[in-house]
Design a protein around this ligand. Structure first.
Ligand code: IMP
Ligand code: MG
Length: 181
């Protein structure tokens, strides 16, 4: 892995390699393949923009049951802090009525975004809602909602790369970096 990088005003150091991320994503895809092997209808992978673009694309390559991709865009973060208040910037790109949906998130931190999305999908008539997150911060997450698939757990530190940004930059990094303390 490469050395430390500077994004805006902050220095980040390598933390999780692309190789380790992809191995963890493969495991999650296997669980989805197993749980959904007998579906009569395609499942929906809901990519939560923008952060989950890279995760969803790596995941969907490895999911072998028929699926459709939909997207939604929400925001809760500004800078390196979660604001808690969720804004829906772009609605869901299709109907989820009567469908089985797997929400694909880059990271679950306080869980405020996930609670919002779960409720939103149920209100829109989804037949089943599952949650698949690449990363979870268990020290911060205190909601009752169950995480169905978690690729990796991370400590309560600000991380960057593989879709995750710091004020919109750093999403294209193929490894994950952590804020240097
Ligand atoms: P939550 O609503 O507090 O769970 O925050 C979820 C959203 O905050 C994620 O979808 C990310 O976009 C963002 N987020 C949380 N932690 C980090 C981080 O360490 N780096 C970058 N973005 C983060
Ligand atoms: Mg996000």
């Amino acid at each position: 892995m490469s050395n430390s990088i500077t994004v805006h005003d902050k220095v980040f150091v390598p933390y999780i390699s692309n190789e380790d991320l992809e191995a963890a994503i493969s495991k999650v895809a296997d669980q989805i393949n197993e749980n959904h092997k007998n579906e009569k209808e395609p499942i929906i992978l809901l990519c939560v923009l923008n952060g989950s673009i890279m995760f969803t694309s790596e995941l969907m390559k490895r999911v072998r049951v028929p699926l459709e991709i939909m997207t939604i865009k929400v925001a809760s973060y500004s800078g390196t802090r979660s604001g808690g208040k969720i804004q829906e910037i772009m609605g869901i790109t299709g109907s989820v009525q009567g469908r089985k949906v797997i929400i694909c998130e880059d990271i679950v931190d306080t869980g405020a975004t996930m609670v919002y999305l779960d409720k939103r999908l149920r209100e829109s008539g989804a037949a089943q809602v599952e949650i698949c997150t690449m990363l979870l911060k268990p020290e911060v997450y205190k909601q009752n909602l169950k995480m169905d698939y978690v690729a990796m757990e991370v400590p309560n530190r600000f991380i960057l790369g593989f879709g995750l940004d710091y004020d919109q930059l750093g999403r294209n990094l193929k490894d994950i970096y952590v804020l240097k303390d």
